[in-house]
Design a protein around this ligand. Structure first.
Ligand SMILES: NC(=O)c1ccc[n+]([C@@H]2O[C@H](COP(=O)([O-])OP(=O)(O)OC[C@H]3O[C@@H](n4cnc5c(N)ncnc54)[C@H](O)[C@@H]3O)[C@@H](O)[C@H]2O)c1
Length: 220
């Protein structure tokens, strides 16, 4: 995301909306929505546990945020959402550090560009494994734990406008994001009786330095 100027008068300061809550955010060590979500949650008073497949950046992000918001409020571990054991370890960390969790943001998702006729099984599988199956795995883990705690909670799945729009070269990503939306609807119906809200968001373009780099030179 384009870095916010937090000193600007227009920047909205936190209102303590998440005071006392614990949030888990996946794929939160990058330059985009995950990292921005973790930061905003901290600004709103939450304790945050971040995961990301990139171990070094996870450590650096935790260090940076801990310096700013206090070590006791930020923890993290490397977590690849395609790996069940690593997902379990991320949720375990939230329990160890804060005795449970209240909010889970399933942010991890991967893209790529290939026309359907050129798309390999590997390209399809990589995008679907992280974007759809990873969201399934993390939603399942979140609901199991939130239900066991019995205190309700919130799960937010990061989909995309491509879940309902068409774009050449995006069949794998669009199909995976449509799947995230369908998964979210079914999960919401199952979780509601337990006081757990499950929603998806569908961002359009949220440009950040890494995305700008990987999309530069691509035709629109
Ligand atoms: N940025 C956009 O324009 C945009 C638009 C619509 C939807 N989205 C969705 O928002 C989410 C975040 O994307 P973003 O572009 O803002 O970047 P981001 O910085 O939030 O996420 C990128 C991070 O994901 C991590 N990651 C990649 N594979 C992973 C895996 N298997 N397990 C755990 N972490 C992994 C990377 O290491 C990187 O740090 C994605 O689901 C994406 O599809 C983004």
């Amino acid at each position: 995301m384009v870095e916010a100027d937090r000193t600007a008068e227009s920047y909205v300061a936190g209102h303590g909306l998440l005071d006392g809550r614990t949030a888990v955010v996946t794929a939160a060590a990058g330059a985009g929505i995950g990292g921005a979500t973790a930061r905003r949650f901290l600004e709103e008073g939450a304790r945050v546990v971040i995961g990301d497949v990139h171990a070094r950046r996870t450590k650096e992000t935790v260090g940076r945020l801990a310096e700013e918001f206090g070590a006791g409020r930020v923890h993290g571990t490397s977590c690849d959402v395609t790996d069940e054991a690593q997902v379990a370890a991320l949720f375990d960390l939230a329990e160890q550090c804060h005795g449970g969790l209240d909010i889970v943001v399933n942010n991890a998702g991967l893209g790529g560009t290939a026309l359907l006729t050129d798309m390999t099984d590997e390209q399809w599988g990589t995008v679907v494994d992280t974007t759809l199956t990873g969201t399934f795995r993390c939603t399942r883990a979140a609901l199991r734990r939130l239900r066991a705690d019995g205190r309700g909670g919130i799960v937010v799945n990061n989909a995309s406008v491509l879940g309902w729009r068409a774009q050449a070269g995006q069949a794998h990503y669009a199909a995976a994001k449509a799947g995230v939306m369908a998964l979210t609807r079914c999960a919401a119906v199952e979780a509601a009786p337990h006081g757990i809200r499950v929603n998806a968001i569908a961002p359009s373009l949220a440009l950040h330095p890494h995305l700008a780099q990987v999309t530069s030179g691509m035709s629109s």
